[in-house]
Design a protein around this ligand. Sequence first.
Ligand SMILES: *Cc1c(COP(=O)(O)O)cnc(C)c1O
Length: 223
Amino acid sequence: MDLVADNLRRVVATLEPGVTLTAVSKFHPVEALREAYDAGQRVFGESRVQELLEKIPQMPGDVKWHFIGHLQTNKVRQIVGRVDLVESVDSGRLLRLIDSESCRAGVRTRVLLQVHVAREETKFGFFPEELLEIARGGGFRNLEAVDLCGVMGMASNTDDLGRIEEDFRAIRGIFEQIRSLGEEWLGEFRIVSMGMSGDYLTAMREGSTMVRIGTDIFGEREY
Ligand SMILES: *Cc1c(COP(=O)(O)O)cnc(C)c1O
């Protein structure tokens, strides 16, 4: 039974041109990741450092790992140099720490700035006004070893389609506003990571360039 491979193909067939897929494999066993890998998937998203570090050596070396969860500052050192993209940078403090740890390790780290637009207290991220203020104030100019590659965000967890669209539009809007600053550090700033299993079709309509899909590929997670 190649359930994961079939699911993956079905999801990939629905992606719009130019949209890349982060297969969110958190809580799923390496066997499931291998199935997706054998079906052609190379980008995997994990949300816990320990789990990520256990899976890396068990998968082929050409896998690109994205960290998508809340990253505690005391774990930054463990993942710098090992991930292709940190999608979930949710504070200035974390950003500066990733920068200094990347310098120290002699590597560059690609990151996305996580924007908080959802109406939920539990979600992490910069508030839109906060992010714009930092960007306009030159707060992203002096990073030495971090490439700011775009933004990531989540819509509210609701059935209200209008609300979800509004959230995605807000995330895309922040991306456009930051880009329009035209500053030098924006050279790699191209990614808008938004959309999960339940809402990625909507996210793509609102300008997503990267979707993060777990359940639709790997099935329900067991916590
Ligand atoms: C778990 C997770 C996803 C994937 O969610 P699904 O609903 O399983 O597709 C996407 N993004 C983030 C940040 C996540 O934590």
